[in-house]
Ligand binder design. Structure first.
Ligand code: 5GP
Length: 192
């Protein structure tokens, strides 16, 4: 997606050999016009599959997920939580996820009532790296008897295995931008 590629080139920074820092527009300060355009692109791509709801994981997936849900006509958006709360229901579904950014093992959870059996679920996240977050969400849907109609991603790191694993598993994956490499602070994008 051209506007996203341009924002990555203008404001993105590479950290180390594998981290992409885009928090000026994507996941700390949010460029809401760009985010709405990204959401529309995902809605155009997945709309014909008639998703009933969107699933993401807190926190940085939420902005793109809620805008995509709105662009799909106002379907509900559920986000999996990474920690337990006092008010959480005692009927939760769980899946293990290793956090790429925090380098910690997490358990993500959703209230079983919020993803109904047979629901057509579109999974959305800001980044795809090793694919752990997406796989955890797919696991949650499977356990709840819901159908994953696709996975929509803001930025895929094409040099990491997540995208290949999902495509090989037959998942309908759409990434709006693909990073080819990160080196000396420079982000190189796959274009065309
Ligand atoms: P995965 O589970 O695919 O390894 O990583 C996806 C999750 O890690 C996303 O939810 C995203 O929040 C975070 N993430 C992975 N790589 C990056 C990155 O380069 N930059 C940022 N900001 N977040 C990332």
């Amino acid at each position: 997606m051209q506007a996203l590629n341009e924002a990555i080139k203008q404001y993105g920074r590479g950290l180390g050999r594998d981290m992409v820092k885009v928090d000026f527009f994507l996941n700390h300060r949010i460029d809401t016009k760009l985010m709405a355009a990204m959401a529309q692109e995902l809605a155009d791509h997945f709309g014909h599959l008639s998703p009933d709801m969107i699933l993401t994981v807190e926190a940085s997936g939420i902005a793109l997920a809620v805008m995509t849900a709105h662009a799909l006509g106002g379907i509900p958006m559920v986000f999996a939580k990474k920690s337990a709360t006092f008010v959480q229901s005692d009927d939760m579904a769980y899946a293990p996820v290793y956090s790429f950014t925090h380098k910690t093992q997490n358990v993500i959870r959703v209230d079983r009532r919020y993803i109904e059996k047979g629901a057509r679920v579109l999974i959305i996240d800001d980044f795809l790296a090793d694919g752990q977050a997406a796989e955890g969400m797919i696991m949650l849907c499977k356990e709840l008897g819901a159908e994953v109609v696709g996975v929509g991603i803001g930025i895929e790191k094409g040099f990491m295995p997540g995208g290949r694993k999902l495509r090989e598993a037959g998942v309908n994956l759409k990434s709006l931008a693909v990073v080819q490499s990160v080196k000396d602070g420079i982000i190189t994008l796959e274009e065309g």
